[in-house]
Design a protein around this ligand. Structure first.
Ligand code: UD1
Length: 415
C-alpha cells in the first residue's frame, strides 16, 4: 500500500510553483467533446482525476496525443456516448460529459455518481435544467439516459450556485439553438476559466465572471489551444504549510485574487504576506484563532476547510470552522485527533482548541483535501507520521511529496 513518511517538526524554505488547476481542467476536458477540431491543452497536471477523465474520453472515441506539457484531443469521431460506472464511481466530475455529449450528439448515457466520502452529492440541479433545455431524461439501471431532438435555449435560474451544474448546463447551452440565460451561476474561477476556454473554441458566452451567463448558441465549436489557470487550492495548501511551519516560502503560479477571502482571513489571524501578481510569500507569523464559514466563491472555499482545521490545531487560541457546502466533510478530524489535536464536532461546525503539540502517528487518508490536512499536521508534529492511502492525494496534488521535499521537508514516499 502506497504511503508517505513525514518527519517533523520541519522548517520550509524556497519557492514552490503550483500546477494548473485540476478543477479547471476537468470540465475543460469534458468541453473538448464539443469541439470538432483538435484542441491542444498546455501543462495539464499529471493526476489520477485527469487520467480518469482522459480514459473516459478515450472510451468515447477521443484520440489523445502528446504529453502533459502539450496534449491534443481530437473529438471529430466519437463512437460511444456512454460514461460507465467503473469510471464515474471513481470521479464525480465525470458527470460533466453529460451536457457536451447531449448537446452535440443528442444522446448521452452517464452512470449516476452515487454518494462519495464527503456526502450524498446529488445531481438534481444538472438534470432539471438540462430538461428545461429540452432533454428527455430517464434514470435506469443506475444510469442517466438523456436524449434530445436538439436542445433549445431558454432562461434558467439555478436553485443553488453548484459548480458542476453551472459547468454542465453552460456546455449544453453552447450548442443549443437560440439564446440561454443562466442565473445564479457559480462564480468559482474555474467556471470562468471554462467559459473563457469555450469562447476561445468559438462559443458565444457573455457575462463571464458574473452570476448571470448569457449564451448565444452556435452551430459548432472548432478547436484551438488553451492553458488553464493555476490551482488556487493547491496554492492555499502550500501557503498554510508556510504559515504552520513559521517559514518564509514563496508560492507562485496562480492568481492571488482567487484566494482573496482565504488570504484576508489569514491576515486577520495575524499572518504576514507579500503578495505579487502571480504569487504569495509567507513570513514567520504568530497566528491566533480563526473562525471561518465555508461558502460558494467568493466566500471561503470548502476545499480549504480541512487544511484550515490543521492550521487551527497548531496556532494559539480557539477557532470555529463551519462547513456549509458538504454534509460530511470532517473525516480528517478523527485522524488529526489521533495526532493530539483537540477538536469537537457540533453539527456542521468544528471547534478547535489550538496550541496543541501534535505527535506523529499512523494516519489514513479518506478524501483529497482531508489528506492534505494530514500532511500539513505531519509537518509540524513531533516524530514520524505515516500517511496511508496516499492515492487520495494523487487525485489532486501533482508531485506533492517532491514539492515539499524541495521546500526542505523530511518527506518520503513509499510505493
Ligand atoms: C466542485 C469541485 C469541488 C468543490 C465543490 C464546491 C470540481 C471537479 N469539484 O464540486 O472540489 O468542493 O465544487 O466548491 O470542480 N448539489 C446539489 N444538487 C446538484 C449539484 C450540487 O444538491 O445538482 C449540492 C452538492 O451536494 C453540494 C453542493 O451542492 O452539497 C455543492 O456542490 P457543487 O458546487 O456542485 O460541487 P461539485 O461541482 O460537485
Amino acid at each position: 500500500m502506497e504511503k508517505m513518511l513525514i518527519n517533523g517538526p520541519t522548517k520550509l524554505n524556497g519557492s514552490v510553483r503550483v500546477s494548473r488547476a485540476k478543477n479547471a481542467y476537468l470540465p475543460i476536458l469534458a468541453g473538448v467533446l464539443l469541439c470538432e477540431g483538435p484542441v491542444t491543452l498546455k501543462n495539464v497536471p499529471e493526476l489520477r482525476d485527469i487520467n480518469t477523465m482522459k480514459k473516459l474520453l478515450g472510451n468515447l472515441g477521443v484520440k489523445i496525443t502528446g504529453d502533459n506539457s502539450s496534449m491534443t484531443f481530437d473529438s471529430s469521431k466519437i463512437d460511444h456516448v456512454e460514461a460507465t460506472y467503473d469510471l464515474v464511481k471513481t470521479m464525480r466530475a465525470s458527470i460533466c460529459v453529460l451536457g457536451p455529449l447531449l448537446t452535440r450528439f443528442h444522446e448521452a448515457k452517464v452512470s449516476l455518481p452515487g454518494g462519495c466520502a464527503i456526502g450524498s452529492r446529488p445531481i438534481d440541479i444538472h438534470l432539471s435544467n438540462l430538461e428545461l433545455l429540452g432533454a428527455e431524461i430517464i434514470l435506469e439501471g443506475g444510469y442517466v439516459h438523456a436524449k434530445t431532438k436538439g436542445l433549445k435555449g431558454t432562461s434558467l435560474v439555478l436553485e443553488f450556485p453548484s459548480v458542476g451544474a453551472t459547468e454542465n448546463i453552460l456546455m449544453a447551452a453552447v450548442l443549443a439553438k437560440g439564446n440561454t440565460k443562466i442565473e445564479n451561476c457559480a462564480l468559482e474561477p474555474e467556471v470562468t476559466d471554462l467559459a473563457n476556454f469555450l469562447n476561445a473554441m468559438g462559443a458565444k458566452i457573455s457575462g463571464i465572471g458574473t452570476k448571470t451567463l448569457l449564451i448565444e448558441g452556435v452551430e459548432k465549436l472548432t478547436g484551438g489551444e488553451y492553458e488553464a489557470i493555476g490551482d488556487r487550492i493547491e496554492a492555499a495548501t502550500y501557503i498554510i504549510a508556510g504559515l504552520m511551519t513559521e517559514s518564509e516560502i514563496e508560492v507562485t503560479g496562480f492568481i492571488p485574487e482567487h484566494l482573496e477571502f482565504v488570504i484576508n482571513k489569514l491576515k486577520m489571524a495575524g499572518a504576514k504576506f507579500e503578495i505579487s501578481e502571480n504569487g504569495v510569500k509567507t513570513f514567520p507569523s504568530k497566528l491566533e484563532g480563526i473562525d471561518v464559514d465555508t461558502a460558494p466563491y467568493p466566500g471561503f472555499p470548502t476545499d480549504v476547510q480541512a487544511q484550515f482545521i490543521a492550521l487551527a490545531t497548531y496556532i494559539n487560541g480557539s477557532s470555529v470552522i463551519t462547513e456549509n457546502i458538504f454534509e460530511n466533510r470532517f473525516m480528517h478530524v478523527p485522524e488529526l485527533t489521533r495526532m493530539g489535536a483537540d477538536i469537537t464536532l457540533k453539527g456542521n461546525a468544528a471547534i478547535v482548541k489550538g496550541g496543541k503539540e501534535l505527535i506523529g502517528a499512523p494516519v489514513m487518508c479518506t478524501d483529497l483535501r482531508a489528506s492534505a490536512a494530514l500532511v500539513l499536521a505531519a509537518l509540524v508534529a513531533q516524530g514520524e507520521t505515516e500517511v496511508q492511502r496516499v492515492y487520495h492525494l494523487d487525485r489532486g496534488y501533482e508531485k506533492l511529496a517532491a514539492k515539499f521535499k524541495e521546500l526542505g521537508a523530511n518527506i518520503k514516499r513509499m510505493d
